[in-house]
Structures are given as structure tokens and as C-alpha cells.
Design a protein around this ligand. Sequence first.
Ligand code: DAH
Length: 344
Amino acid sequence: MISQETIEQMMQSLKEMKAAKEQEIEEQRVKWLGKKGEITRLFEEFRTVSPELKKEYGQKLNALKVAAQQRIDAMREELSQIIEATKPASDLTMPGDVMELGSRHPISITREEIISIFRKFGYSVAEGPEIEDDWHVFSALNFPPEHPARDMQDTFFVSPGGDNPILLRTHTSSVQVRTMERSDLPIRVICPGRVFRNEAISARAHCIFHQVEGLYIDKNVSFADLKQAILLFAREMFGPDTQIRMRPSYFPFTEPSAEVDVSCNICHGKGCNICKGTGWLEILGCGMVDPNVLRASGIDPEVYSGFAFGMGIERIAMLKWQVKDLRHYFENDLRFLREFETVV
Ligand code: DAH
């Protein structure tokens, strides 16, 4: 029967209530507050309480119900804190986060390969500034004053005026000049670097690209030495069966000048769409250093001679890996870059 005492006893047992598991808490909730729970039962009995006691019992019963709900909530809270606190700091069975490892860019891979081939032949590496003057990019290399390569359309000028305009180098041949100016003879260097030309970006042209220049100056250097150096390079780079052919060409800084093709390593001369059916792929320009160029840097052409060559790193990389669009090198699309992850 509902009474002061029962309510107080129940209040007391609520305070002492304990549960170690979620299931036990739920059992307690059903026991007190469920449809057939003890507090629910008291509310039913409450209907029979005499009118003068209704107010007092009503308040007590409500307080009891609120206390029961609070105690159950508090037990839930305590339990979840205990679970949280006793959980291991991390689940050691979880799979680890994938650590994205970077890999070398195909242009870097190709540059390093070119350098390492020429290192074996006794060449050292020389570098020069990307922001250059007209003297080192054009004049000292025997470009006539009206030569179209100096034109605004080709060259990015930094400060166009004066006798010796400042510009972004359009080729790494400028490093030849700097090396000749400052080095003792003989000279045997390769000069890798970035070059800039005011060109519209397309599958075959870009305004920024990379070149490697080579220069060898000594007494009695001949065209035969040049041919041999290029042949050895081509075979190291594209495989031991590679053939080369030289076609006469013109550069202001070399005389005679040639362009070099390698035999197509895809169709082996049969003709494919990479070599456009010719069986040959152009890889570089070269020649014997023009006496005017030697003289401009204070080297006596009567005593010394030399050869030079220049190649585009993008082009070599395109031929090596059959990359059809130059823009891939500059867009940093991971799908492209990941293709080179396994190249060592
Ligand atoms: N500088 C030339 C270019 O940018 C490439 C080149 C051709 C370099 C012949 C040379 C050379 O040293 O002898 O297209």
C-alpha cells in the first residue's frame, strides 16, 4: 500500500542502486519505471488515495519518479565514462594509415640519368643563372644582333633596354660561356638546367622546359670525338643496339653543326607513329664550337678546339617512356607521376 514509508524506502534503494553493465541498468529501469515497475504501480495506487493526502503524495511520487530517472541516467553516464577510461589508447588491430611516399619526377629521373652517363665519360656538372644577360645567352654565342631568337616573341625579357638586356635564358648554352670564362682548360662539362621561351603551351611546346648542354674543349678535339661521345651516350640511354645518324644543321655557335637522330627503339626502324614512319627520332643539336665563340671567352681557337651539344630533357624522357604530351610533365597529375614510382 502506498505510504510515506514505502516512498522513503524506495528513495533510499534508488540511491544505493548499482549496476556494472548496460543490461543491469536497463533491468533496473524496467523494475522501477517500466509498465509494471514499482513506481508505475504506486501511481496506479495513487488513484485510491484520499483527497486530503493527494497533494502530499502526488509531490512525493513525482519526486520519486524524477529521482529514479536521474539515478538511471547517472548510472549510464558513469558506465560510459568507465568504458571510455578503460579502453586501450588505440586499437592495435586497426589497419594503419597509408603513408603517401613521394617519388622522383620523370624529368629528374632523366636528368640524373643523363648526368650519370656523362659522369662516366669524365664530364663534371656546371650550373649557371636562369636570369641571364644578352651577352651570355646570345652575343658571346655568335648570335648576330638581328637574329630572330633575340626577338620579343621568343625571349622573356626582364629588363629589355641597354646594351646588355637582362632576360630569362632561352637555352643552357649560356652556361658554356660562363664555364669557358672561368675555367682552366681543358673543359669537359655538362650543364643541366631550366630554360624559358615565350611559346604557346601545347602538346609539343612549353614556355618552361629543361635542357642539358655539353661542352668539351681541349687540344685536337675533332668531329669524330663528338660523334663517338654522342653514340656512346645514345647507347647508354636508349640501349646497346641504338644507331645514330647526323644531319647537317645550323647553329650560330657551332661550325659545322649537326642534328642527331637515334634509331627508333620502338619499331627498330620499321616505322611507327612515334618516329612517324621514318625509323629515326631527333634527340639533340651539336657541332664544333665556332672559333668566334672560343675567342669571345678568351680561348685561342688556333690552339684549342671543342664540341658542344644540347638536348631537351623533356624530349629525351618522352622518347624513353613514349609520353605523347609535354604538358603531362607540368601538371602534377598523380596518375601520371605514379607511373614512374618504380623507375629507379
Ligand atoms: N642551344 C640549342 C637550343 O636551344 C641546342 C644546341 C644545339 C646546343 C647545338 C649546342 C649545340 O651546344 O652545339 O636549341
